[in-house]
Ligand binder design. Sequence first.
Ligand code: NI
Length: 177
Amino acid sequence: MSVLKLYEYPDEVLRQKCVRVSKVDDELRRFLDDMLETMYVDKGCGLAAPQVGITKRIIVLDPNPSDEDLSLRRPMYLVNPEIIWKSEETVLFNEGCLSLPDQRAEVERYEKVRVRYIDYNGQEQEILADDLLAIILQHEIDHLDGILYIDHLSRLKRTRLLHKLAKFREGKAEKKE
Ligand code: NI
């Protein structure tokens, strides 16, 4: 397995509408493994293919990406995921994204979603998700349509967050010098 390069805001690849995958074969499974490895190394709980520069409808996630106890890990691979039902109730959740490092903001999401997808073995699956899993699914599926969580914020909140991101990057650049 190898760790893939992560693309960050404002890279254009994050704004592309991703294309459906036609078949799950060994080559795709290798990519799924690499995506998961990348997600764990970067300490995320979800990763979408455009974040590693590939504009295909693929996400990986793990609501509990534990480093201490690997047996607690529950990785999921979703190819062509689609939200086929959503609850009327919504919840606010403080989200972050590996493509906007060190930032978080509250986003309104559906409390529950039902998602149809193709799994690691090429089988069609459906899952009814709530809690953190429902949030991650909505966040990652958004990525496949070029949508970032900051797009759900008010203009003022988004501007503030992007300002903080710029500051964070300046700080990191200074440390390197
Ligand atoms: Ni994200």
